[in-house]
Design a protein around this ligand. Structure first.
Ligand code: ADE
Ligand code: ZN
Length: 326
């Protein structure tokens, strides 16, 4: 098959996807109309034109603003189902999706509305496509520890629907160590732990995520490569990195796709995976990310198979389910 067809048909898992970041401008307009909300944009084209970012914070400002159209259980259901429709078209068999409850509860949306809408979208995708999914609650790291604890408490009635906790939003100045106690509490509840680290922040933040938060995966992890000891430690641990090439390009974490660290990560024996992060904002879903690194000449077909295989190995599926996919 052609490279495009090879990528399109390659069964894969997606492990780094913010569901609020899958809100396409068309759905944003539809929800704004349904909820009678005035948007600061006149058209879908105007929204897309605003998606030019010079760093993570630039993006986050517009991403939190976009999420304001999400109000009802049906909105969260529609958001999730739209993502799963796209993921299914990309041969995604399993997805572990992030959500940012604080973005919603701080606007007065109850946790139950968010949870019920997202989980009904997940159920619909499994029924329609056999696409399985898990939910990871992310704490916003620019907010304080008390707010994270309040969020964990609000989520406790829904514990059976959560697989793990994560840490996202503005990285620099908000090290993993700020959330030591809340990650300990989440671990005690039986939740898995992941954290964004080494996207814009230094290798020290990746060390903290491992040593202090005791994470099961690192989200991004790009800057780990600046530290040779950290790099060999990640390889030795078989630690999964959820890498997001188009995100890195749009947020100026890399200057050009040919400079992307994915090649070095594979050379160093790191268990890297490819993911879309916030596909509606970064110009592509997971297959677009596979195509982008392949087109830049960084990886060949064998590498693409390795990356897809890593996505199942790095998932929170049980061994029997992982083997079913390999
Ligand atoms: N929230 C959504 N996408 C994010 C990213 N790439 N980094 C940090 N926080 C995020
Ligand atoms: Zn992310």
């Amino acid at each position: 098959p052609s490279l495009d067809a090879f990528i399109a048909g390659l069964p894969k898992a997606e492990l780094h996807l913010h569901i609020e970041g899958s809100l396409e401008p068309e759905l944003m307009f539809a929800l704004a109309q349904r909820n009678r909300i005035a948007l600061p944009f006149k058209s879908v084209e105007e929204v897309r034109a605003a998606y030019e970012f010079s760093n993570l914070q630039d993006f986050l400002d517009i991403y939190y603003q976009g999420a304001d159209v999400l109000r009802t259980e049906q909105d969260f259901h529609d958001l999730a189902k739209a993502y799963f429709d796209r993921a299914h078209a990309d041969s995604v068999r399993h997805a572990e999706i992030f959500f940012d409850p604080q973005t919603h509860t701080d606007r007065g949306i109850p946790m139950s509305v968010v949870m019920d809408g997202l989980t009904s979208g997940m159920k619909a995708a499994e029924a329609e496509y056999g696409l399985t999914s898990k939910l990871i609650l992310c704490f916003l790291r620019h907010l304080d520890e008390d707010a994270a604890f309040a969020t964990l408490k609000a989520a406790e009635p829904f514990l059976d629907r959560l697989t793990g906790v994560g840490l996202d939003s503005s990285e620099v100045g908000h090290p993993p160590s700020k959330f030591t106690r809340v990650f300990d509490a989440a671990g005690a509840l039986g939740l898995k732990k992941v954290a964004h680290a080494g996207e814009e922040g230094p290798p020290e933040y990746v060390h903290e995520a491992l040593d202090i938060l005791k994470v099961d995966r690192i989200d991004h992890g790009n800057r780990s490569l600046e530290d040779a000891h950290l790099t060999s430690r990640l390889a030795r641990l078989g630690m999964t990195l959820t890498v997001c090439p188009l995100s890195n390009l749009k947020l100026c974490v890399v200057t050009d796709m040919a400079q992307h660290p994915i090649r070095t990560m594979l050379n160093k024996g790191l268990r890297a995976t490819l993911n879309s992060d916030d596909p509606a904002y970064f110009g592509g879903y997971v297959n677009d990310n596979y195509r982008a690194v392949a087109a830049s000449g960084l990886v060949d077909r064998d590498d693409l198979i390795t990356l897809a295989r890593n996505s199942f190995l790095g998932s929170f599926l049980g061994d029997a389910e992982v083997f079913r996919h390999l």
